[in-house]
Design a protein. Structure first.
Length: 359
């Protein structure tokens, strides 16, 4: 019996590891999930009834998060040492530093090229890379990380949105207060309070209000937000269980967001999706470029003013959703089941077998 420690910091990471954990537990492997009490993460693991250990309750400020890192790593180390883990995995930083203390291998999944992020994130990446044994990245990842890199032909969001795992449930309509099939728009706002968000911006308060007022002239509008909403927009806040957000994305007529993950989720689910934030540009991350240029499933904009023409075009085209669903099928036919791939990599790495995945 092997033991693997898993760090999941955000709701998206909980979704990512949920099916991987199920697969690992079927294959003579114990998994220990470590989570951070931040945002919607705790509520999500409770809704999924996933056993977990809270190793961090971070402060609100970005600098506070950095200063809190040693305490978090020490807490995780003490917990995982008792579990006698053979390997730790996550999305960067925590598994790397904790693995050094435990003297076990660390495997990191990342789809965010460090070169497009803030300087603080670059420093963070380089330091943690000293203790990382393997990096798993999508094939769309533009940077070469050398011998440590394993490229997989997939997106991390397919770990939970692949048809093998995700089945749309139209009972979301009554939860939204809508009749079945009634069109609506879903907007997602980012908090931009993570370390890798230094210097990056999304929608301003004025832009958020203007956008909602403009879009609600066409159909119902719902807002999902990482941070608090201004009083003028509170009535639009979507009030559904956190584990039903993907149904809300799937059945939406349009998704507009300044976040990263939900932009990919909307595209992969075949919903017309517009992404707008400070990351967009010539140095944008490879996964967003591929979703836009290869599959035509995503609109990427760096300026708020660019959104209106595309959103109107989508809303006025009665076939927008059908066209995106067809493009989604092309993507699904070309991409691999990343849950199976990650599970194999983790198991082979623990066993130290003579495979391309062995550490």
């Amino acid at each position: 019996m092997k033991n693997i420690g898993i760090f999941a910091i955000t709701p998206a990471q909980i979704h990512f590891y949920r099916n991987i954990i199920c697969e690992l537990n079927k294959k003579d492997t114990n998994t220990y999930l470590l989570v951070r009490d931040y945002g919607e993460t705790i509520q999500l693991v409770k809704e999924f009834e996933m056993p977990h250990f809270i190793f961090s309750r971070p402060p609100d400020s970005k600098y506070g998060k950095i200063l809190n890192l040693p305490k978090e790593v020490l807490t995780a180390y003490k917990y995982l040492r008792e579990k006698n883990v053979d390997l730790v995995t996550g999305f960067g930083i925590y598994e790397s530093f904790t693995s050094a203390l435990l003297n076990v291998p660390a495997i990191t999944f990342t789809d965010s090229e460090y070169s497009v992020n803030a300087f603080t994130y670059v420093i963070q990446f380089y330091i943690s890379s000293l203790f990382t044994d393997k990096y798993i990245t999508p094939t769309s990842f533009k940077q070469d990380l050398g011998k440590k890199q394993i490229r997989v032909n997939s997106f991390k969001e397919l770990a939970y949105l692949h048809p093998k795992y995700y089945h749309p449930d139209d009972s979301i309509f009554p939860l939204l207060g809508l009749s079945k099939g009634e069109p609506y728009i879903l907007i997602r706002f980012n908090a931009f309070d993570a370390v890798h968000d230094f210097g990056v911006t999304g929608f301003s308060l004025e832009e958020k209000i203007e956008m909602v007022r403009s879009l609600e002239k066409h159909m119902r509008v719902f807002i999902s937000s990482e941070g608090s909403l201004p009083e003028e927009l509170c009535k639009y806040q979507v009030r559904i269980p956190k584990n039903r957000i993907h149904d809300a994305i799937y059945f939406a007529s349009l998704v507009i967001t300044d976040t990263q993950t939900m932009a990919t989720e909307g595209a992969i689910l075949g919903t017309p999706t517009i992404r707008c934030n400070g990351f967009v540009g010539s140095a944008d991350m490879g996964n967003f470029i591929e979703l836009e240029r290869r599959y035509g499933l995503l609109y990427n904009f760096s300026k708020y003013e660019e959104i209106s023409p595309s959103s109107k075009k989508i809303i006025q085209n009665p076939n927008s959703k059908i066209e995106c669903q067809r493009k989604r099928e092309i993507l699904l036919n070309e991409k691999e089941n990343i849950t199976d791939l990650i599970s194999q990599i983790l198991i082979h790495s623990v066993k130290l077998e003579n495979t391309p995945y062995a550490i």
